[in-house]
Ligand binder design. Structure first.
Ligand SMILES: Nc1ncnc2c1ncn2[C@@H]1O[C@H](COP(=O)(O)OP(=O)(O)OP(=O)(O)O)[C@@H](O)[C@H]1O
Length: 637
């Protein structure tokens, strides 16, 4: 799957999950995605390997421990041969059987038990090291992905379902955790045991060894095929898990449950969930079953080998026992079949690990696909700090700015077209006009939350593309249309703007935003938990807390998007006063529907269909008797 610069098509379509849209109709894009295999990521295993580089010392220790444990595991069967042939049933030199050699027997048995104890100790140590490495690598991956997602531009989040993003972090990273934790030790350990066992078998009798391994190449080929099938099922399973997370996240959030309740759609939502759940169950059963026949076949073959060995040994003994090889003794046969039986477990484990690794390719591919997304907005290599820009702090200018949302259709008109204005430090510029005209978009462009498609946004005399994003945002305070509060206390929400703010700072900001008395009237005051997304508070209270939060940040530039829309007339006046005070000495860009709130603005811009059609003071625009006067007349009625 190819990915466009700002994210995959799947991300753009909200995950492209198998399933149905909200209407219950099958989405063709979704169905196409259901049949798609995991995205192709070049050098995937090299990149997975690179994640282990910081832990190379631990890996080296793991390898040593695993090799020691594996080597120790093949010694006991070799001792068995010595016990049988040298201690239990020694020959007397004349071809007869001598009495058991008790001192040798005691020595060998003690050695055997000692090896078991040492192996157990080594194995505990090795588990500790590997689980440390595996979990840390998984943790690093999770944090890197989280950090990457935070760097993505706003538009990425508006076009991708939150649940889909969450699912990559939780289900996909969680899904590879097992492989990352066990694969070094499993591969090294089992490979070492297999090799050691094979060497021991060859030492015992090469002819029997040949017989025992003759079917191995066929098994390896079969295993690869099973792996590919599992990879495809795993990719679909992750897609389905992702859809499940999306449904949960959408439906069981405060807004989602409210919507579902007021439209009486509980049954529909449950069916949507149950439908996806059926898909998931089907895929999980398919995944669990894929390879079972293969492993069944391997078990039959490997379990039959001892019987075949007895048969072959019998045939060789019947032919004189020495043809082309050494003497086959009872001890040799017992030791050989013991080692061969011990070969079964590591060999099966190795095949299972190989299969898991192959399956996990689909998950790694999904993770790397997100890690490889390129944020549409990022710092230029030589980007400067906004505070070092040559122009005055707080100056904002739009020079012939055009903008089109990335997912807007090609033939649609540009969202913004030829926007130009210059706000000097301390000035208030208001944007008014019909809904959907592009006012909010202008304000977001000023903070570089979107990137201009044409023209330039100039910040302190410098094109924002030449400044670091962090330093631009540092100088800007934004109050958005919809207030977002974390599920935390009021004080914690306020301190998000300035973690080191004192209690007095909080009170001062809240007084200025006309919310202090309301907060004080709550039983727990500033320690009141606001509930999920602030649902514990009324719309007006939330908005005033958002204003207090931005006042606490105290930035030179304020961007207000209908900041007073949820307030009653009295509060609006008091908050307006607070905002007027707050915007004194700061550049303020304000989006307003009610013209009464912006009559005092230095410049009012009337925006219509993505263009500024009139600009001037209230008096000038009224005198013009154009669009503004029309809007004013409409609101006066
Ligand atoms: N993320 C987005 N992707 C695509 N189109 C968008 C996106 N956000 C907004 N738009 C579109 O861009 C246009 C301008 O939106 P904007 O929110 O700037 O309008 P507005 O003037 O602030 O409207 P309102 O007064 O109703 O808030 C609208 O037609 C809207 O549908």
């Amino acid at each position: 799957m190819s990915h466009p610069p700002t994210g995959s098509r799947r991300a753009a379509t909200g995950g492209g999950m198998p399933g149905r849209g909200l209407t219950g109709r099958a989405d063709p894009d979704v169905l196409r995605a259901e049949n798609a295999a995991a995205p192709h990521v070049p050098d995937l295993w090299k990149r997975v390997g690179a994640m282990f580089i910081p832990y190379r010392k631990h890996i080296a220790l793991t390898v040593v421990l695993v090799l020691a444990t594996s080597a120790a595991s093949v010694v006991p069967p070799l001792l068995v041969q010595r016990i049988f042939d040298g201690a239990l049933f020694p020959t007397d030199g004349a071809g007869g059987t001598a009495p058991p050699h008790l001192s040798l027997l005691t020595g060998l048995v003690s050695l055997m038990i000692g090896i078991f104890v040492a192996s157990a100790g080594l194995s505990v140590w090795q588990t500790w090291v590997t689980s440390n490495v595996g979990n840390r690598v998984t943790g690093d991956l999770r944090v890197t992905l989280f950090d990457k997602l935070q760097r993505m531009e706003l538009a990425f989040f508006t076009r991708t379902k939150t649940g889909v993003i969450q699912s990559r972090l939780q289900n996909d990273v969680g899904g590879v955790a097992g492989v990352l934790t066990t694969f070094v030790s499993s591969i090294v350990g089992n490979t070492a045991t297999v090799i050691a066992s094979l060497v021991a078998m060859i030492v015992l009798d090469w002819r029997l060894t040949l017989l025992a391994v003759v079917l191995m190449p066929a098994l390896v080929v079969a295993q690869r095929r099973v792996g590919l099938v599992r990879q495809r099922i795993a990719a679909k399973t992750q897609e389905s898990l992702s859809e499940m997370t999306s449904i949960t996240q959408e439906t069981l959030s405060v807004s989602g449950i409210l919507l579902s309740k007021v439209y009486n759609r509980r049954g529909f939502e449950s069916e949507r969930y149950a439908g996806e759940n059926r898909t998931l169950i089907r895929l999980q059963i398919q995944l669990a079953m894929s390879g079972q026949w293969f492993f069944g076949m391997v078990t039959v073959i490997m379990s039959s080998v001892p019987a075949i060995i007895y048969l072959a040994s019998g045939l060789l003994l019947a032919r004189g026992g020495e043809a082309g090889g050494g003497v086959i003794t009872a001890g040799t046969i017992v030791a050989f079949t013991t080692i061969q039986a011990r070969l079964l477990f590591p060999l099966m484990s190795l095949m299972r690990v190989a299969l898991e690794v192959q399956t996990s390719r689909a998950l790694f591919a999904r993770i790397f696909e997100y890690l490889d997304l390129t944020p549409a907005i990022s710092d230029a290599p030589d980007a400067r700090d906004a505070s070092d820009a040559p122009g005055p702090v707080g100056a904002i200018e739009f020079r012939d700015v055009t903008f089109r949302y990335p997912d807007a259709s090609e033939d649609a008109r540009a969202t913004l077209d030829g926007i130009s204005f210059a706000a000097k430090p301390g000035e208030t510029h208001a944007f008014v006009g019909p809904s959907g005209a592009g006012k909010t978009t202008i304000v977001y462009l000023a903070a570089r939350l979107h990137e201009a498609s044409g023209g330039s946004v100039v910040f302190a005399g410098t094109d924002v593309r030449e400044l670091t994003q962090d330093s631009v945002v540092e100088q800007v305070g934004v109050v958005t249309q919809e207030t977002y509060l974390f599920h935390a206390t009021i004080a914690e929400n306020l301190r998000y703007a300035r973690p080191d703010a004192t209690d007095e700072d909080l009170v001062a900001a809240c007084r200025a935003a006309n919310i202090h008395d309301t907060i004080e009237s709550f039983e727990h005051g500033y320690d009141t938990a606001v509930g999920e997304r602030g649902y514990r508070l009324s719309g007006g209270e939330k908005q005033r807390i958002a204003i207090a939060r931005v006042l606490l940040k105290d930035p030179p530039i304020l961007l207000l998007d209908e900041a007073t829309s949820a307030l009653d007339t009295l509060s609006e006046r008091v908050v307006q006063e607070a905002l007027d005070n707050a915007s004194r000495g700061r550049t303020t860009l304000v989006v307003a529907h009610r013209l009464s709130t912006v009559v005092d603005a230095d410049v009012i811009h009337v925006v219509a269909a993505g263009r500024i059609v009139e600009s001037g003071t209230h008096a000038e625009l009224m005198a013009l008797a154009g669009r503004y006067a029309e809007l004013a007349a409409g609101q006066a009625r």
